[in-house]
Ligand binder design. Structure first.
Ligand SMILES: [Zn+2]
Length: 404
């Protein structure tokens, strides 16, 4: 315990606040048509920071101008990853913010700004927790790694790239530093974005009998959605921490291509379903259920064709057991740092941890500073108290886990 005390002495709240503010002030919204709008500047900042601290650093190219920065201490033994993403979502209309989105204003014990909670605060806490070992002159009894990855808010290209690299494959467990009010989230919902396309035949609006209208079947499809949701709920296991599966239509479009015209029956229509899953359902199960939905719609409307495909790879629900050494290490750390018993929870969406767990088969726990509901809102903020706790929780948990 003496060693960890020395590490904790190296974590200073003022520095943690300053580092978080530095990260928030570097905008890292990704906009594909703007060469300056990506993660490269914040990644360079993090890389330089770790090099100054004396870490081994690897920069990976997840996509053009979208680097992953991996930094670590220790060369052998079990590897624990503290994971965060460097991209943030759009600030929307800055006029709607009461603090400018990239000023990192301090007020009421909070840091305001886009990414303060999701998740530059968590990233700063992970960076300082790891650096505290080095500054205390201690090598962790294993390898302590920080991954600042790109594109979590999009296709998760950063973590997908990372999982395929030699350094990525050495990770044995990961703490995902996303804003979860420092709860220990052992479960995460999964997601499938199902794009359903209906093909009919174009015709003049005055002569509907000459074509096959692909818009009528959308009505049938929407009426079938609650039944699909019920079936998914029946096959999922009940979770204490997660909302049951949901099926939500999010995009509706017709025609799919060409200009919409009031007197033209389009050739096709499209509906995207955002399907959220809880543990107990596998990829095949979801596939079959959506397929069944499509066949029912097709049967109800002679002449149409209904097909669907997932947008991007499936992100399945994840779950780790409370008995996992990583969970125990975190529970111990929360008690040490806050003096209270840990609160357990679940993540309503998926995170980079979803990919780490499914690709590498490793245990992950999502735990980080910030109100769970605040991501992607205007006036996003992180509480400095939670931020300070998080850095210390990561340090103690890392020591406990790596010590075995
Ligand atoms: Zn996030």
């Amino acid at each position: 315990m003496k060693a960890i005390q020395k590490v904790l002495e190296q974590i200073r709240d003022e520095e943690l606040v300053a580092l978080t503010r530095d990260l928030v002030r570097i905008p890292s919204v990704y906009r594909p048509d703007d060469p300056a709008a990506n993660e490269s500047r914040v990644a360079s900042f993090i890389e330089a920071w770790f090099r100054r601290e004396g870490f081994r650093v690897e920069v990976q190219r997840a996509a053009p101008a979208r680097p992953n920065v991996i930094a670590w201490l220790g060369e052998a033994g079990p590897t624990l990853l503290l994971e965060g993403h460097t991209d943030v979502v759009t600030e929307g209309d800055p006029a709607e913010w009461s603090h400018p989105p990239f000023a990192a204003d301090l007020a009421d014990g909070r840091i305001y700004g886009r990414g303060a909670a999701d998740m530059k605060g968590g990233l700063a806490a992970a960076m300082l927790a790891a650096a505290a070992f080095k500054r205390a002159g201690l090598t962790p009894p294993g390898r302590l790694m920080v991954g600042a990855l790109a594109d979590e808010e999009g296709a998760m290209l950063g973590v997908r790239q990372f999982c395929g690299t030699p350094i990525g494959r050495q990770v044995g467990a990961a703490i995902i530093c996303e804003p979860e009010q420092n709860e220990l989230c052992l479960e995460q919902r999964g997601v499938v974005w199902a794009r359903v396309r209906i093909r009919g035949r174009m015709a003049h609006g005055a002569m509907p009998e000459a074509g096959v209208n692909p818009i009528w079947p959308i009505g049938t499809l929407l009426r079938e959605v609650p039944a699909l949701q019920r079936r998914l709920r029946r096959s999922a296991k009940r979770s204490r921490y997660l909302h049951p599966p949901t099926v939500t239509p999010t995009v509706l479009q017709a025609p799919i291509r060409g200009v919409p015209q009031a007197n033209v029956i389009p050739a096709g229509s499209e509906l995207i379903l955002d399907v959220r899953l809880t543990p107990g359902i596998d990829g095949d199960g979801v596939h079959q259920e959506i397929e069944r939905l499509c066949r029912r719609v097709e049967a109800a409307h002679p002449g149409i064709k209904v097909e669907w495909e997932p947008l991007g790879a499936l992100r399945l629900p994840t779950k780790v057991a409370r008995e996992e050494p990583l969970v125990r290490a975190l529970a111990f750390a929360v008690k040490q740092v806050t003096g209270r018993a840990p609160r357990y929870g679940g993540v309503p969406g998926s995170t980079d941890g979803t990919i780490l767990l499914t690709e590498l088969g490793i245990p992950i726990v999502t735990c980080g500073p910030g109100n769970r509901l605040i991501p992607h809102q205007v006036d996003e903020y992180v509480e400095i108290r939670e931020l300070a706790d998080a850095a210390r929780i990561y340090a103690v948990a890392a020591w406990k886990f790596l010590e075995g």
